[in-house]
Design a protein around this ligand. Structure first.
Ligand code: CS2
Ligand code: MG
Length: 412
């Protein structure tokens, strides 16, 4: 079964997506997500110029060999662009193998280890009344676990809050928290850590008082705190029993988490900007996190993220796969197949895509009573409508960036 056609499809129904579509000589097709938010065209070029020519004529069944070939023959290893490109090839080949076998991919990965995947959604609000409404609407949508993001007095716009700017950029379509804004330049946002640290614990106290002690609550500090500030936040949130506190401090320096661990027992989730198992080695070996946040799309595909999660399992660390709107329906499906098959599944992030996106990507997953299931269609269970995709050409979009009051650039 030879790969005899490879297409890189770029579309922007509600936001930009990059999809690799492979076709074999006996007519089977497979698709893979290669979307890297705000840097989409870099992966398009990597795939089109450097990977597609190497795929044609290869045996589509040899997933591992192709993975190792693309990783080692590139000489230049790791990094978000390379690992998103390899991920797309990996997902497409698992999709083809599932269709060839007449099985959903999770069956090829060892079958289901559970009946469904607990998922969390994004509730947000500039103030408490708006936040409470958002929590209630997510509960009405069936979510059993909810991420809480709040505005901070004194800060104009902040991560995680559906900002007015997003509405305008999305032609008035409410696309809760799509951070990348269409335009020629990234939007500048303001940040102040001390205001944030003073405000957030009170918000969680109010949410617990309003919604009770059971509801699993998550929060994303989005890489903005120093290690000691992260320790301070983790400690101040302990009374509110968070499911996890995410990206509490930038983790390029994995050692930084030791200081956080010394001061708080709030569970920690990290890894959505990691790309390989080597980014996790120290924080897993030293038990410095509780959840692996990587997405299949950004971590070398199903084949490599499965390795990361196998390594994490030895330390009782669970999965918490990244699933915002910039992970395409293909990347989400791959996450669901992997999540259903592994033992150490923790929770899946699930932000709903827009209606136009659901037209371009026809999906067979189910969402029932707070649990996701990838479905039982052969392969990944997602079909890309190339004609529909063609209606929505790429639109330049950037993630925002932060400046402190004194003008210093800060982590966004
Ligand atoms: C976030 C993402 O969902 C999350 O946890 O960290 O929304 C992130 O900001 C985007 O994926 C960036 O593209
Ligand atoms: Mg995050």
């Amino acid at each position: 079964m030879i790969i005899d056609k490879a297409e890189v499809v770029v579309t922007s129904p509600d936001r930009n997506f990059v999809t690799l579509k492979l076709t074999t000589d006996d007519g089977l097709t497979g698709i893979g997500d290669a979307t890297l938010n705000g840097r989409e065209l870099a992966v398009v070029s990597y795939l089109t110029e450097h990977v597609v020519p190497l795929l044609l004529g290869r045996d589509a069944h040899r997933i591992e060999d192709t993975w190792q070939f693309l990783y080692r023959s590139a000489y230049w290893r790791r990094g978000p662009v390379t690992m998103a490109a390899i991920a797309a090839v990996d997902m497409a080949l698992w999709d083809i193998k599932g269709k060839a076998a007449g099985m959903p991919v999770y069956q090829l990965l060892g079958g289901a280890s559970r009946n469904g995947l607990l998922a969390y959604g994004h509730a947000s609000g500039k103030d408490l009344p708006e936040l409470f409404d958002s929590v209630r609407s997510h509960q009405e949508q069936g979510y059993r676990a909810i991420r809480i993001q709040t505005g901070v007095p004194g800060l104009k716009s902040i991560y995680g809050i559906a900002s007015n700017a997003t509405y305008e950029a999305m032609d008035g379509v409410r696309y809760d928290h799509e951070p990348a804004q269409r335009g020629a330049r990234p939007a500048e946002e303001d940040w102040d850590t001390r205001s944030y640290l003073r405000h957030v614990p009170g918000v969680f106290e109010a949410v617990r008082n309003e919604f009770g002690p059971e509801l699993p609550l998550l929060h994303d500090a989005h890489h903005r705190l120093t290690p000691i500030q992260a320790a301070q936040l983790g400690k101040s949130l302990e009374p509110y029993d968070l499911f996890w506190l995410e990206d509490v401090t930038p983790a390029e320096n994995q050692e930084a988490l030791r200081l956080v661990r010394q001061h708080t027992t709030t569970p920690l989730a990290i890894g959505e900007i990691f790309n390989t198992v080597w980014d996790y080695q120290q924080i897993i070996r030293e038990q410095l996190i509780d959840y692996v946040r990587s997405a299949v799309t950004h971590t070398g595909g199903i084949s490599h993220l499965r390795r990361v999660l196998d390594y994490a399992a030895q330390y009782q660390i669970k999965s918490g796969m990244h699933g915002p709107t910039d992970i395409s329906p293909v990347g989400m499906a791959a996450a669901m197949h992997l999540g259903l098959s592994i033992h150490n599944f923790g929770i899946q992030e699930y932000m709903k895509h827009g209606a136009k996106t659901d037209e371009v990507f026809r999906q067979s997953f189910t969402w029932t009573d707070g649990f996701l299931h990838p479905g039982d269609a052969p392969g990944l269970g997602v079909e890309l409508d190339v004609d529909e995709a063609g209606k929505y050409p790429y639109v330049q979009a950037y993630l925002p960036f932060n400046r402190l009051a004194d003008g210093t650039v800060h982590d966004w």
